[in-house]
Design a binder for this molecule. Structure first.
Ligand SMILES: [Zn+2]
Length: 209
């Protein structure tokens, strides 16, 4: 899938997808028509006639992270700043799809970094999460990818990433553990220290109320 280049969104390293690649929509839709038949349904009945196209558009949106460059998202919004305390962005919504079953997993990400001369626009952190989440993923790899992207681009004194998600492939099929939550974490630098990591964990569990 390739989207038009040189749009303002592209220059910002970020593409908001509300347009679709017609060629790949057609291709995905024709396969989904087969899938509908293969599971024993009639793709011509009224309620299903437009389903292949709708599924194709949904899928294209759900995987639009492939068109985003998370390093650019960060490097386009870095500022020199002497602030050297921990910066925490918590409760970032995550919507992704497991690469084993292509079923959703979703939940929250909590991210911190300790600046080393540079800070980044706060809205960019959730965008980086989205750039990695909107792909076929496993939660463990996504956690490391987010950590590595922030570490390599911003070069902070440390990065911490904690992600908590429910996986529909666990809830809806197989073992049917409806309410289990999978937690993954990844740290660099200062967060290797017990004291720094506890401070981060205290901040992400603290409530504002
Ligand atoms: Zn799965």
């Amino acid at each position: 899938m390739k989207l038009p280049e040189n749009t303002p969104e592209h220059l910002d390293g970020y593409v908001k997808i509300d347009r679709y690649n017609a060629e790949s929509i057609d291709r995905i839709a024709s396969h989904y028509k087969d899938v509908i038949e293969a599971i024993g349904e009639n793709p011509e009945r009224q309620g299903l006639q437009k389903t292949p196209e709708r599924v194709a558009k949904a899928l294209q949106f759900l995987t639009h992270g492939y068109d985003l460059n998370p390093e650019e998202i960060l490097s386009g919004a870095m500022f020199e700043e002497e602030y050297s305390q921990m910066v925490v962005v918590k409760d970032i919504e995550v919507y992704s799809m497991c690469e084993h079953h292509m079923l959703p997993f979703f939940g929250k990400a909590h991210i911190a970094y300790i600046p080393n001369g540079h800070i980044v626009g706060l809205s960019k952190i959730p965008r980086v999460v989205d750039a990695f989440a909107r792909r076929l993923q496993v939660q463990e790899r996504m956690t490391n990818e987010i950590r590595d992207c922030i570490q390599q681009t911003l070069n902070p004194l440390g990065v911490a990433v904690v992600i908590e998600c429910k996986h529909l492939c666990m809830a809806m099929r197989g073992i049917q553990k409806q309410n289990s939550v999978t937690t993954t974490s990844a740290f660099t630098g200062e967060f290797a220290k017990e004291k720094t990591r506890s401070e981060f964990l205290r901040l992400i569990t603290a409530s504002l109320d």
